[in-house]
Design a protein around this ligand. Structure first.
Ligand SMILES: Nc1ncnc2c1ncn2[C@@H]1O[C@H](COP(=O)(O)OP(=O)(O)O)[C@@H](O)[C@H]1O
Ligand SMILES: [Mg+2]
Length: 409
């Protein structure tokens, strides 16, 4: 029986989906997690405590674990575990990305340099220390711009600024975020802040699988709600894209070039591009699959999940089909509308009744304190839809959204 070590962040929704994919494949799963307690009772000797920030220590711990429980692959469930997964795979002689490309994918500045050097369209940027004087930053950049930490995800700390005043405010706010104990561990330096040109246009996400450096496009998602800031909460993703085939091919080509520019070669990638009259701009490509519960929109061949594809690829099991099902599918991420304590989300039953809606999953329990973007790091929940066409799916998601009312205290 193959054994996979899953690297799981403290807060993830995806462990269950990976576990059930593993079960259906007959793969044994061990869990590497920063919070040992969460699953310890359940997993006992298949549970390993690792701190993703201390790569060397994490690799040593994984090597000790692997000596007792040999591993066939190491899979990171989200961004936080990707560097450790690559480093430990290299140490144990397992297939996977090299460490340096993964590090570059996690550093928005380094990734920008690589993209630009490879001739890709990418925003012009500057990097500042989090303690830089916001007024000097505002004087040094051009507008409109986007201010963001170099290594966060989920649009956390990403703020658009149209002039010097709003840039000072944005930089101050992002500085406070990257220095906060929530983001900056004791003993570590706060991460740097990138300020880059705002790229107008429509945005798309590409979900892919790299095999031997070759990108297989699993899905291209349209993001039909305009993302113009000042904050960039995601809402609707719908696939297949309604863009012409030639445009989709160009997006896939751009992402393939971006993975080469970084040096990523194996496993899932999640990429974002923006398109306007100037062409297709590379925003970012991460060495992981799509976040939250959004992977539930994807099914391949005869109903295979994305998690199953990832595990099959990781342990070298055959993959029958990378072709997504014929139906259109989409997800609505429910953003946190305002700070407060969640009382309830009304209208869930009505939302579930909307034709095409396949699921409404709330991921924050009542009573929790809500922090909206740009400081917050999660969504309230996810609404899933399927239908004959992308337009049907988008309509269903929008109708469902109208039923959902978030009550806070
Ligand atoms: N330079 C930019 N121009 C336009 N929009 C941007 C730019 N940078 C970020 N955004 C918007 O903010 C979102 C999040 O930024 P991104 O760099 O992808 O960080 P994250 O890792 O948090 O996803 C993007 O999906 C996009 O909508
Ligand atoms: Mg992104």
């Amino acid at each position: 029986m193959a054994r996979v070590l899953l690297l799981v962040p403290t807060r993830t929704y995806r462990t269950a989906d990976f576990m059930s994919a593993a079960r259906s494949l007959g793969i044994e799963v061990a869990i590497g997690s920063e919070q040992r307690s969460a699953l310890a009772g359940l997993m006992r000797d298949r549970m390993l405590g690792v701190t993703f920030e201390h790569v060397d220590r994490a690799v040593a711990a994984i090597a000790r674990f692997a000596a007792r429980h040999p591993l066939d692959a190491i899979v990171a469930v989200d961004d936080t575990g990707t560097v450790v997964a690559a480093a430990a795979s290299a140490a144990l002689g397992l297939a996977g990305n090299s460490v340096e490309p993964v590090r570059a994918s996690r550093d928005k500045g380094r990734a920008r340099e690589r993209f630009a050097a490879a001739g890709l369209l990418t925003p012009r940027f500057q990097i500042f220390g989090s303690d830089a004087d916001p007024a000097s930053v505002a004087a040094a950049v051009r507008y409109p711009c986007v201010v963001k930490p170099v290594d966060l995800s989920g649009s956390r700390g990403v703020i658009r600024a149209d002039d010097a005043d709003s840039c000072v405010a944005a930089f101050t706010r992002v500085g406070a975020l990257v220095r906060s104990p929530d983001v900056c561990r004791p003993g570590s330096a706060p991460q740097s802040i990138l300020v880059e040109d705002f790229i107008p246009g429509a945005e798309f996400a590409l979900e892919g699988l790299l095999r031997g450096g070759v990108l297989e496009t699993l899905a291209i998602f349209d993001k039909p709600d305009p993302l113009n800031g000042p904050f960039f909460e995601e809402t609707i993703y719908v696939t297949p894209s309604r863009q012409p085939d030639a445009v989709q091919a160009e997006m896939a080509d751009t992402v393939q070039r971006a993975t080469r520019a970084l040096g990523l070669t194996e496993g899932p990638v999640h990429a974002e591009v923006r398109r306007n009259e100037a062409g297709t701009f590379m925003l970012e490509v991460a060495a992981r699959s799509i976040g939250g519960l959004c992977a539930r929109t994807l099914r391949f061949g005869m109903g295979v999940s994305l998690e199953e594809l990832i595990l099959r690829h990781a342990v070298g099991l055959p993959i029958q089909s990378l072709r997504r099902e014929d139906r259109a599918a989409g997800v609505l991420m429910l953003p946190i509308p305002r700070p407060g304590v969640l009382r309830q989300v009304r209208g869930q039953e009505e939302a579930r009744q909307v034709p095409g809606i396949e699921g409404v999953v709330l991921t924050v329990p009542a009573g929790e304190r809500l922090v909206p973007l740009p400081e917050g790091d999660r969504y309230l929940g996810f609404v899933f839809a399927r239908g004959p066409s992308a337009a049907d799916v988008e309509r269903a998601l929008r109708t469902a959204q109208q039923h959902l009312v978030v009550e806070t205290a």
